[in-house]
Write a protein that binds this ligand. Sequence first.
Ligand code: HEM
Length: 203
Amino acid sequence: MGCAISGLAAKAEFGERNTGDDAAASAAAAYLREDQIQMIKESWKVIRDDIAKVGIIMFVRLFETHPECKDVFFLFRDVEDLERLRSSRELRAHGLRVMSFIEKSVARLDQLERLDALALELGKSHYHYNAPPKYYSYVGAEFICAVQPILKERWTAELEEAWKTMFQYVTGLMKQGYQEESNRQRHLAVSPKERPDKRSTAL
Ligand code: HEM
C-alpha cells in the first residue's frame, strides 16, 4: 500500500490547501511548462495501455488511505472487504470514467481553455455527487502511486512534478466549479419570502 511520492513535502502539496474560494488562484498558480506538457504526453502513451488497471488500483488505494471517500459512493459505501472491490465491475467502470477524463485532459494540454471548461463542469457535477473539494487532491496522489510501477525506470522526479502540477491545475478548476455550483444552488434555495415578488408589487 505504501508509495513514496517524494516525501512529506509532496504529501503536503496534495493536502487540503487551496480549497474553496481561492480555487481559481490555485488553478492559475499551477502553471504547466511546455517541457512538462511533453513529459506528461509521452508518459501517457505508456500508461494508457493499463488504464483499467490504474483506475482500480487508484480507487482501492483511495478507499484504503481515506475511507471517508468511500462513503460518498452509494455503490461502494457498504463494502467492507476492499480486496473484493478489485474485481468489481462497477469499480472498474468508475475507474475507467475517471481515467478517460484524464486522457481528455492530457489531450487538451495544448488548448487550456478547453481543459478549463471540462474541469469546471466536472467540479459542478461533483457538487451534485456530494463529493467535496477537500478530497480531490487525494486522487492525484493515488494516481501517481499507481502509475509509478508501470513506468518503472521512466519515472523521474521531474515527471512526478509534471503530473502533480497537472492534477493541481485540474483539481483547482474542479474546486472552482464546485464552489460556483454551490453558490448557484444556495441562490436558488433563497426562500420565496426573501425574493422580490414581482406579482404582488405589480398589483
Ligand atoms: C481528480 C479528482 C477527480 C476526478 C478527475 C474525477 C472524475 C470523475 C468523472 C470523470 C466521473 C464520471 C461522471 C462525470 O463525468 O461527471 C466522476 C464521477 C463521480 N465521482 Fe469523481 N473525480 C475525482 C474525485 C472524486 C472524489 C475525491 C470523489 C469522492 C470522494 C468522487 C466521487 C464521484 C462520484 C460519487 C461520482 C458519481 C458516480 C460515478 O460516476 O460512478 N470523485 N468523477
